[in-house]
Design a protein around this ligand. Structure first.
Ligand SMILES: [Zn+2]
Length: 67
């Protein structure tokens, strides 16, 4: 199961990459596996999700502005 062992650094990179593109299933699985054993990365994921919704609101705002 060596390939399931991701470091926090790799997991953080995956979480960010996931915002832009669909990850291969192996990466998604490794991500989930790491989330189960790590305390820091789920916290980081929350931040990424929060950032995503903030970005969406910002985009909507600039679109509505229309200029
Ligand atoms: Zn971690």
């Amino acid at each position: 199961m060596r390939w399931l062992n991701r470091t926090c650094k790799e997991t953080a990179a995956l979480l960010i990459a996931r915002e832009d593109r669909l990850l291969p299933w192996a990466d998604r699985l490794a991500l989930r596996a790491h989330m189960l054993v790590c305390e820091a990365c789920p916290r980081f994921e929350k931040q990424v999700l929060h950032m995503r919704s903030a970005m969406r609101q910002w985009r909507n705002y600039t679109t509505l502005d229309g200029s």
